[in-house]
Design a protein around this ligand. Structure first.
Ligand SMILES: *Cc1c(COP(=O)(O)O)cnc(C)c1O
Length: 367
């Protein structure tokens, strides 16, 4: 079976972890600091604060904004549940603007319509490895005096007009096992603000400035040096890995260009895509449904993924919550019904890519 994602950590990672174990410094220490410095270079962010996972990084990013009950956060309904849970953890209300099907990200026109008196934060999600339309969204946030928190969990190193994901506001990245960069579990928060970075560092470590001097009510969000040791060697190889993802995406798009019933993903002008996922839409008039295509691919030894099968708030646990405001979002509904992610990860061989293309073509009845 060709998996939709693969964790492939080489001898550099093994050596890095072993060295860390032998150093005796396994909790937060010098390797976490080094990871922060190296990710600042990769992302172009002024400050990077490492935490124990991506959800924590979103929660901490929201916490520094001091939101009040009733304050609204406008975000995408087509995202992973952590985006919504972080908004609720901050005590705020979530509003959902529709996405554009060109990039699966917030549509600035829809956001404009969702912004109201109580809106305090704009929270774009850079889904699948391509940033949202940050030029338009940052201008809109500026016009309405909104803070920006970017859920960049899937978009390490992606750019818009040369500017990195996580540099328009407070950025949140995940280092979960299947993300483009991983520490098993881990998260990275980016900010240009000295003050926000300072708050985040306090928050991460029980609110403590000097030993047993508690300045704010904090928590333990610390990353360990063991986690950092897993991630650090991947940074040197990251550009090459993204280049492989991009080449794989190009091979898939070339092989699938003329298949009726499929809409292929594109990279929009001015943006670089880091291809966390290669996601097609299976149109309603296709010879088989998205779910049937996934099953047919599995029979042919090709894994695929559905990210995500429903809009994020369409679950009973959110249904009655007055802090979850579900405005209509037809594009997000369509994406949830039709999306299918195909393997694009760097461990794919040319033969694997041929297998994926051939399996999709034959399943769809394209010769
Ligand atoms: C992975 C992910 C997160 C959460 O990250 P974890 O490290 O799994 O906690 C948040 N948002 C999106 C869009 C993600 O893909």
């Amino acid at each position: 079976m060709i998996p939709v994602s693969a964790v492939t950590l080489g001898p550099e990672v093994e050596a890095s972890v072993l060295e860390t174990i032998r150093s005796g410094m396994i909790a937060q220490g010098p390797r976490v600091a080094e990871l922060e410095a190296r990710f600042a270079e990769l992302s172009g962010a002024r400050h990077v604060v490492a935490v124990n996972n991506g959800t924590t990084s979103l929660i901490a990013a929201m916490a520094v904004l001091d939101l009040q009950p009733g304050d609204e956060v406008v975000t995408s309904p087509f995202t992973f549940v952590a985006t919504l849970n972080a908004i609720l953890a901050a005590g705020a209300t979530a509003r959902f603007a529709d996405i554009s099907l060109d990039d699966f990200n917030l549509d600035p026109a829809a956001v404009e319509a969702s912004v109201g008196e109580r809106t305090k934060v704009l929270m774009p999600v850079h889904l699948y490895g391509q940033c949202a339309d940050m030029g338009a969204l940052a201008a809109l946030a500026d016009r309405h005096g909104l803070a920006i928190v970017e859920d960049a969990a899937q978009a390490h190193g992606a750019t818009v007009d040369g500017r990195g994901a996580g540099t328009w506001g407070i950025g949140s990245f995940s280092l979960y096992a299947t993300k483009n960069l991983t520490s098993g579990e881990g998260g990275l928060i980016t900010t240009a603000s000295d003050e926000v970075a300072d708050r985040l560092r306090l928050l991460r470590n029980q609110g403590m400035r000097a030993r047993y001097e508690y300045e704010i009510v904090g928590n333990n969000y610390r990353m360990t040096d063991l986690q950092a040791a897993v991630c650090l060697p991947q940074l040197a190889a990251y550009e090459a890995n993204v280049a492989r993802r991009r080449a794989n995406a190009e091979a898939l798009s070339a092989g699938l260009a003329d298949v009726p019933g499929l809409v292929l993903p594109t990279t929009l002008p001015g943006r670089t895509h880091v291809w966390h996922q290669y996601t097609v839409l299976v149109t309603d008039d296709a010879p088989l449904t998205r779910d049937d295509l996934a099953a047919a691919l599995a029979e042919r030894g090709v894994g695929s993924g559905i990210y995500y099968p429903k809009v994020v708030h369409d679950y009973d646990c959110y249904r009655e919550d007055p802090r979850v405001v579900a405005d209509p979002a037809p594009n997000a509904d369509r994406a949830a019904r039709q999306c299918l992610s195909l393997p694009v990860h760097p461990a794919l061989s040319p033969a694997d890519l041929d297998t994926v293309v051939a399996a999709v073509r034959s399943s769809m009845g394209a010769s």
